[in-house]
Write a protein that binds this ligand. Structure first.
Ligand code: HEC
Length: 428
């Protein structure tokens, strides 16, 4: 009897671990630098140092689209109210994507240095981008010349619209907050604080929340008056988000934790501790309590910002773990890095990547019904255990240049072997 009990506990623990693994969004090959959630809470968009952006279904915990266009890190993402996606890159470019498209519908070029942040105006007409070339640019979504906002004396790191769409706020390494009237050419209000600034958000009531290199969250009125500050810790704040009901502000520190500040109390409410730190990017879900974080561990994780709890199985209602049947298989564990983008069974269809059902013996980019990158269609590769192992030994960028699959390598030969053995069984 004792043994049975122990086994049951082990099985329960394993199920919890599997469910938790499924609740995270795993697909990027580098730290998740940027994160946005759609107003209906169904979709998230992430940008990564791996040079790709991914559109995720938060219901299915699956990647639906990989966007490869930028030449280096994707530092910033935003979602327009009509569902189109904006990405901003270290390559200085801003791109506009229709959901599902394999190329940007429009590219906004003009910045001469890294784009650090982007924001969409609430009316959907304009994209704002903040750049290390010390300018903010306002791009008409429909195309045409941008309005260039000059005045920052150093890198501009953050930009946000007020929810009523009347103001645009930018912050920079010059320690200034600039509050620009969006609809007129009038001069901005300029306020200087005692620290270089990395990030800005505007609360529903118009209060401006900025995160500094000194670890302080500062609150300013729409007219620029400093209303309060909360110390979150010694390390620089890299990202700031405010919940849709305005109750909470979240601040991610570059060297570690995420601080949750109660805005009414003006106090540090709690600090998130757990896996996935440091965090590079933050976004609240529309329930105002679920906080999504993108971190150095390449995952998007979910937290309950009211309790500080790291959410695993709680968010899994509806979505089942496709790998539950392979519990204990090392290869299946390695395959967790693939599951957001690929399916294995004939009836599961394509996700952001083609189904791997029937992979072995298939010529690269030959699966009907999936739109592969042009670069792949001329390649002379047939998928065998050897070529699949090679793909992840040298990495997709080197083995299949021009691919939109995010860069990822499996450095251990044993792990590559385990993955291939698993795929042999699971894709038949
Ligand atoms: C973030 C999404 C993503 C992840 C994670 C991912 N892939 Fe892919 N994969 C893709 C995309 C997209 C393509 C299509 C590439 C193209 O058309 O440029 C692809 C293509 C492939 C192909 C070529 C298929 C064909 O029919 O030619 C193989 C094989 C493959 N992936 C295996 C894997 C394995 C194994 C893993 C995990 C170790 C993995 N992928 C992880 C998105 C992903």
């Amino acid at each position: 009897m004792r043994h049975v009990a122990v086994l049951l506990i082990a099985a329960a623990a394993l199920c919890a671990a599997l469910a938790e693994a499924g609740a995270q969004l795993r697909g990027h090959g580098g730290p998740v630098r940027a994160l946005a959630v759609s107003p209906d809470g169904l979709t998230a968009v992430t940008g990564s140092f791996d040079t790709s952006a991914i559109r995720w279904s938060l219901q299915r915990n699956a990647a639906e689209q990989v966007m490869r266009f930028h030449e280096s890190a994707v530092n910033a993402v935003a979602i327009l109210k009509d569902g189109r996606i904006v990405t901003g890159g270290e390559d200085g470019r801003v791109a506009l994507w229709a959901a599902g498209a394999d190329k940007p519908e429009r590219v906004f070029a003009g910045h001469t240095a890294t784009v650090a942040a982007v924001a969409a105006s609430p009316d959907g007409s304009t994209i704002a981008s903040a750049s290390w070339d010390r300018t903010v640019r306002l791009w008409p979504v429909a195309g045409g010349e941008p309005r260039v906002l000059e005045g920052h004396q150093d890198n501009v790191n953050g930009v946000a619209f007020s929810p009523d769409g009347r103001l645009l706020v930018s912050v920079g390494y010059d320690a200034s907050v600039r509050i620009w009237p969006f609809r007129s050419e009038a001069a901005p209000i300029v306020r200087t604080v005692p620290s270089p600034l990395n990030s800005v958000a505007v609360a529903p009531d118009g209060e401006i929340v900025v995160g500094g290199a000194d670890g302080q969250v500062r609150f300013l009125s729409p007219a620029g008056d400093l209303r309060g500050e909360v110390e979150t810790g010694p390390s620089p704040i890299i990202s700031i988000a405010v919940s849709g009901d305005g109750a909470l502000a979240a601040a991610a520190g570059i060297r570690g934790s995420v601080a949750i500040v109660g805005r009414a109390e003006g106090k540090l409410a709690r600090t998130l501790v757990g896996p996935g730190l440091p965090v590079w990017s933050l976004a609240f879900a529309p329930d105002h309590r679920t906080l999504l974080t993108g971190g150095a561990d390449r995952l998007v994780r979910r937290w309950n910002a009211s309790t500080g709890e790291h959410l695993g199985s709680l968010t899994m209602s509806g979505a089942e773990d496709p790998l539950a049947a392979f519990a204990g298989d090392r290869g299946a564990e390695i395959y967790r890095a693939c599951v957001a983008c690929h399916t294995l069974k004939p009836d599961e269809g394509n996700r952001a990547g083609p189904t791997l059902h029937g992979l072995f013996g298939r010529r690269i980019a030959s699966l009907p019904g999936y739109k592969f990158s042009d670069a792949l269609t001329n390649m002379d590769i047939v998928w065998t255990p050897e070529t699949v192992a090679k793909l992840f030994e040298v990495g997709p960028m080197a083995y299949t240049p021009g691919t939109k699959m995010p860069e990822q390598r499996i450095t251990s030969a044993e792990d590559r072997e385990a993955l291939v053995e698993f795929l042999k069984k699971a894709t038949r």
